[in-house]
Design a protein around this ligand. Structure first.
Ligand code: NAD
Length: 259
């Protein structure tokens, strides 16, 4: 089957007709906010494959040098100063139209919430970088407090309660997703009539598998991504334009859903 590419008017029409839209976002929606993705042409891992070790829980636990690099990288992250872009705001407009079932995100940057998305509808599959967690006693607190200790000279700050290893409250390779969040995401994918996958290479599971869940349940799948993904074959349409232009174009004439 040939999948139509870049037919924005057709997808805008499907969106108008939809009543339950589930959106899955990935790092690509935040690149126009100045946060690089991992696997795109300018991605962090594309440019420096060794950086992947910082996202592996075994390496993180075993190697203090990996943790030191991770703390430096957290400290220097462009995400602290980033602001939501037109792509994030378009998803707020979609929500206000009454059609959004859930906004499932692989991102850890909280830009959806800062753009104005209802936090109750945002399902953070991979956690948030704004919280720090102890891998020993599970104590949680603001990341800003730990980064203040890093700025004061602690290059691998231990947990203040138990001395355990601290990390951002995000999911690394080798860690399990929160089952409640994953279940809610699966239910939202299965209950959607339109499933929009935005800015993700769709290589990380189980997040990427939500596309299959939605398609198997009969949802129309639309993929918005600059590069081909392995799920393009399941899509009713693929949009390759820049996300911060494509999403606003999709919602520009979206009337409220009739009550
Ligand atoms: P990825 O890096 O694997 O893929 C991003 C995709 O987005 C690429 O295919 C790229 O071509 C596309 N893309 C980038 N900018 C685009 C744009 N402006 N318009 C259209 N397409 C664009 O990202 P992923 O699939 O989300 O997986 C990466 C993992 O790393 C996720 O778990 C995510 O949590 C994490 N991550 C998060 C952030 C963040 O929170 N902003 C940033 C980097 C990585």
């Amino acid at each position: 089957m040939t999948v139509p590419v870049d037919d924005v008017p057709a997808v805008a029409g499907w969106l108008r007709a939809a009543t339950a839209v589930t959106v899955l976002t990935g790092a690509g929606i935040s690149t126009d906010s100045g946060i690089p993705d991992f696997r795109g042409p300018q991605g962090v891992w594309t440019r420096n494959p060794a950086a992947q070790r910082m996202s592996d829980i075994r390496a993180y636990l075993a190697d203090p040098e990996v943790r030191r690099l991770a703390w430096r990288s957290r400290q220097d992250s462009p995400a602290w100063a980033a602001r939501p872009n037109a792509g994030h705001r378009a998803l707020v407009a979609l929500e206000h139209s009454g059609r959004l079932r859930a906004l499932v995100t692989q991102n850890i940057d909280e830009l959806h919430q800062r753009a104005g998305s209802d936090p109750a509808r945002v399902l953070e599959l991979h956690g948030t970088m704004f919280t720090a967690v102890c891998l020993g006693c599970d104590d949680r607190g603001p990341m800003a407090d730990v980064l203040a200790r890093v700025a004061a000279g602690a290059d691998d700050p231990p947990c203040l309660h138990c001395g355990g290893v601290l990390k951002s409250a995000t999911i690394s390779f080798g860690q399990s997703l929160d089952p409640a969040v994953l279940t809610a995401a699966g239910e939202a994918a299965a209950a959607s009539d339109l499933f929009l996958a935005v800015g993700s290479s769709l290589t990380v599971h189980p997040a990427a598998g939500l596309v299959e869940v939605a398609a198997a349940a009969g949802a129309r799948v639309v993929i918005v991504n600059a590069e081909p993904t392995r799920y393009d074959r399941l899509a009713a349409a693929v949009l390759r334009g820049p996300i911060s232009q494509v999403l606003p174009a999709l919602v520009s004439d979206l009337p409220p859903l009739p009550a």
